[in-house]
Ligand binder design. Structure first.
Ligand SMILES: NC(=O)c1ccc[n+]([C@@H]2O[C@H](COP(=O)([O-])OP(=O)(O)OC[C@H]3O[C@@H](n4cnc5c(N)ncnc54)[C@H](OP(=O)(O)O)[C@@H]3O)[C@@H](O)[C@H]2O)c1
Length: 478
């Protein structure tokens, strides 16, 4: 039986700031195409690229076309059917050339948008695909657009939200003076991944699983996100932020929150975000060498020595605890590295405590959420057979990767939800501030530390092992 396709019915305007940039080309245009291909877009909508670059209507449409074609070639191939969908979509694509900080640009934009739409739309989404340094002036200018109907506005923003607690607080203050938080859709694309969402779904629907995820049952939790490649053309961006801000501050702390938070009784955006904020606010970082490890792969600065920073971490590992009676002294290890291992690997390993009487020869039980490259949940159990203790591995490879009859990418799914007004998988201001509080402590403690060098495609710096408590090891092979 064919599944029902969700169609977004209301007319909308989607304006993309920074429409000339990489994120727009690589993620946003293909996501809009994916929604069109899935038949989800309404009869009337307008996509307006906004940037300073010298495009006109025709060259911007060409840019949109080639970006989508390149995406399709890597994802399922190009076809006549896809070409027809794209040409229809391109009829709704426009370009407005303007500055980000000049009121005259925004009044010109408003005139242009009104000409196109006759002011007949139900919502106006502004997608921030610009560097975070430009967020504040753009929010200020949007709110001053002549004739703006604020009640129709949604702000869709990509992480990073600020660079520390102070800058994030300032951003949220500026937004909060002009809009309400319910109008803001803060993206961490990890929360668009079906495998990450399935952590919550599995916990919500299985009391068996959930009762294991209590501090008193858990020996430790390890969250790993390693990539076998380097910064690949993103050195300019990456060198300013490093792994702690790029990967740990949001992606891995979000995963941590989903694994350790209390399951909200109601499965709605407010309840979920409150629980995540609550557990993230309870995280503790002990400023000590046993709590943090920084690494940099050999050759990171090769060829760009003049501009590249030898103190940028391309590998980061942290030992955290949760300041809650229920999680007292349970270590939580998170790590991420570039040029680590031979394949992309993202997983969560929850190691359960053993009985006090259990033989040391019997390994502990483990629950593994494999998030990439494949999506699985594994239970590592044991039984006794003729030859003694035998491992049993129960694997569930059924995931929620394709929902509503369509397999949408992380960004496409999140874009659809922003248009729908579903905030469940977007971040709240409070969660982001809680994450920055922890990361600021890490940044302060490591301010004068130089990262340890590690060989490309090795397991990362040896220093990561000093984080482990007695009898603990990183579970590299799971
Ligand atoms: N690329 C990714 O995969 C990725 C992933 C996660 C998050 N993000 C975040 O998403 C946002 C956009 O990423 P991106 O890679 O597309 O960025 P980008 O290419 O550096 O910038 C996007 C556009 O913003 C404008 N711009 C660049 N620097 C500017 C400056 N200093 N002042 C004003 N405008 C400037 C440029 O457009 P014009 O000059 O034409 O106006 C540029 O084409 C960033 O916040 C980034 O951190 C990106």
């Amino acid at each position: 039986m064919a599944e029902e396709v969700l169609v977004l019915e209301e007319k909308f305007v989607l304006t993309i700031f920074g429409a000339s940039g990489d994120l727009a080309k690589l993620k946003i245009f293909p996501s809009i195409f994916a929604l069109a291909e899935a038949g989800m877009l309404p009869a009337n909508y307008w996509i307006i690229g906004y940037a300073r670059s010298e495009y006109d209507q025709s060259s911007f449409v060409d840019l949109f076309r080639t970006s989508v074609q390149a995406y399709c070639e890597k994802n399922g191939g190009w076809s006549e059917k896809r070409s027809d969908v794209l040409e229809d979509l391109l009829q709704q694509v426009y370009y407005y050339r303007g500055q980000y900080d000049k009121a005259s640009s925004y009044s010109g934009y408003a005139e242009y948008r009104n000409e196109l739409t006759n002011n007949n739309f139900a919502q106006e989404l502004f997608y921030f695909s610009i560097p975070p340094s430009v967020y504040v002036p753009v929010v200020q200018q949007i709110s001053d657009i002549p004739d703006l109907d604020k009640s129709k506005v949604k702000l869709v923003m990509e992480k990073p939200f600020g660079t520390d607690e102070v800058s994030a607080t300032q951003l949220f203050h500026v937004i909060g003076e002009r809009f309400v938080e319910d109008q803001v859709y803060l993206i961490d694309h990890y929360l668009g991944k079906p495998s990450v969402r399935s952590i919550l779904a599995m916990r919500h629907n299985n009391r068996l699983l959930n009762s294991m995820f209590k501090g008193k049952e858990v020996a430790n939790i390890q969250i790993t996100a390693n990539e076998p490649f380097g910064v690949e053309g993103r050195l300019g961006y990456f060198d300013k932020v490093g792994t702690f801000r790029d990967m740990l501050q949001s992606h891995l702390l979000q995963v941590l929150a989903l694994v350790t938070m209390s399951i909200p009784v109601k499965r709605d955006a407010r309840s979920l975000r409150q629980e995540k904020e609550s557990i993230l606010s309870a995280l503790c970082f002990e400023p000590a060498d046993e709590s943090v490890c920084l690494g940099q792969y050999e050759g990171y600065c090769d060829g760009v020595e003049d501009t590249c920073n030898l103190s940028t971490a391309t590998f980061g590992a942290l030992r955290l605890t949760i300041n809650r009676e229920s999680w007292f002294e349970v270590p939580i290890y998170i790590r991420s590295g570039k040029y680590v291992g031979s394949e992309k690997k993202t997983n969560v390993v929850v190691e359960l405590k053993k009985f006090a009487f259990q033989s040391s020869e019997v390994p502990s039980n483990k629950v593994v959420f494999e998030l990439a490259p494949t999506e699985n949940i594994h239970f590592h159990l044991f039984n006794e057979g003729d030859d003694g203790i035998e491992p049993i591995e129960v694997v569930n490879s059924q995931t929620i990767a394709c929902s509503m009859g369509n397999c949408l990418s992380d960004h496409a799914l999140l874009l659809m939800e922003a248009i729908q007004g579903e905030q469940m998988y977007f971040l709240s201001f409070g969660e982001i501030i809680a994450c920055w509080k922890i990361m600021d402590q890490v940044m302060e403690y490591t301010m004068n530390s130089l990262p340890e060098r590690y060989q490309k495609n090795s397991r990362g710096p040896d220093g990561q092992d000093r984080l482990m408590g007695e009898g603990e090891v990183w579970m590299d092979s799971l």
